[in-house]
Design a protein around this ligand. Structure first.
Ligand code: PLP
Length: 381
């Protein structure tokens, strides 16, 4: 079965008691038992809820996984995954990691004795500098945020498998429509479902997928023990969003590619970051592991000042200035003062994140309107 059919049919059975075509929002905390211990698989909604079960079934299918688990946010998902580790364990991560993940690792888990190494994993040879017998996990994001670096999932997996290291891929930017890390050998995929999966900027949720029975048992235990589960209503919203994921992603990619090419040929632009451009450093790896190149585009201006970046943003009227990404509407962000403001300027610059770097989450509006909006904004820079 192909992607679009799976997103509409798997986990979307008519309700057994009423025939309702759409899974009801089972807004209940507890379930009647015929006699103690005799029930229909549901006891308490932190552990299981039928609306969540339906969503998890769909999500697993979309990542070609045996299992999926949903959480109250992307961060709650990551929190649960790191709890697989114990003091003394070490994690090797991408250096240009999502800011919230960086904060969780360095400000929350570091004090519990887990050590995190941040390195540019697109330069795979650097892994060996920090690799040790304590390394228990690789944490990859690809494409990365906001520089859209591409990391070769298969070559990380190759190192990991030999050393019994768990590979986790944050697949938020690509979505399962463009990239399936489990098929490339990764052990766990995590998503901020807040972004493309839900797709309408109206819900915060996270999820993970795995094929590994043992990891699933541990993660389900942690999900139930720590309890950061999503509400039935949010599960309903995400499942509704998933039914158009394939259509939305196709338009996100079409628009982003048109914008990246337009910017790439514009005299006021210094550099465009988009894995679909042939000039992108790891374009060949993106081509190998992704089906298309996604809806995120970053770029810098030749006129290198924060004021000119702000001028662009204020005049790109169809792009709302906001954090987040992956919704149907286009957004524009300024990482240096918004998502990545907590990273000291010197470190930001070292990582290649300039003051005029602008990040677009390209929506699914009509291509011509978006291009016109960008052309006008550039005329004001
Ligand atoms: C947004 C995001 C997260 C965090 O997810 P929330 O749903 O906001 O908690 C994690 N990783 C990436 C790549 C993200 O974009």
């Amino acid at each position: 079965m192909k992607f679009g059919t799976k997103s509409i049919h798997i986990g979307n059975e008519p309700d057994a008691t009423t025939g309702a075509v759409i899974t009801p929002i089972f807004q209940t905390s507890t379930y009647a038992q015929e006699e103690p211990g005799k029930h229909k698989g549901y006891e308490y909604s932190r552990t299981h809820n039928p609306t969540r079960t339906a969503l998890q079934t769909t999500l697993a299918a979309l990542e070609n996984a045996k299992y999926a688990l949903c959480f109250a946010s992307g961060m709650a998902t990551e929190d649960t995954v790191i709890k697989l580790l114990k003091p003394g364990d070490e994690v090797i991560c991408t250096n240009d990691l999502y800011g919230g993940s960086f904060r969780l690792f360095t400000k929350v888990f570091a004090k519990f004795g887990i050590k995190f190494h941040f390195i540019p994993l697109q330069e795979i040879d650097l892994v060996h500098i920090v690799l040790s017998t304590h390394t228990k996990m690789f944490w990859i994001e690809t494409p990365t945020n906001p520089l859209l670096n591409i990391i070769d999932i298969q070559s990380i997996v190759e190192i990991a498998k030999k050393l019994n290291i768990i590979t986790v891929v944050d697949n938020t930017f690509a979505s399962p429509f463009l990239q399936n890390p489990l098929d490339l050998g990764a052990d766990i995929v995590v998503h901020s479902a807040t972004k493309y999966l839900a797709g309408h900027s109206d819900v915060v949720m996270g999820c993970l997928m795995t094929n590994d029975d043992e990891l699933y048992q541990q993660l389900a235990f942690l999900q139930n023990s720590c309890g950061a589960v999503p509400s039935p209503f949010d599960c309903f919203l995400v499942q509704r969003g998933l039914k158009t994921l394939h259509l939305r992603m196709a338009q996100h990619c079409k628009n982003a590619s048109a914008i990246a090419n337009f910017l790439n040929n514009h005299s006021k632009i210094e550099k465009v970051y988009y894995p679909g451009l042939e000039s992108h450093t790891n374009h060949d790896i993106a081509q190998k592991q992704m089906r298309d190149f996604g809806g995120m585009v970053s770029f810098t201006l030749k006129n290198d000042s924060i004021a000119s970046a702000f001028n662009f943003m204020k005049n790109a009227k169809l792009f709302t200035i906001a954090e987040s990404l992956g919704g149907v509407e286009s957004l524009v962000g300024h990482p240096a003062t918004m998502t990545h403001a907590s990273i000291p300027r010197e470190d930001r610059l070292k990582g290649g994140l300039k003051d005029t770097l602008i990040r677009l989450s390209v929506g699914i509006e009509d291509t011509e309107d978006l291009l016109e909006s960008i052309e006008y904004a550039l005329s004001k820079v």
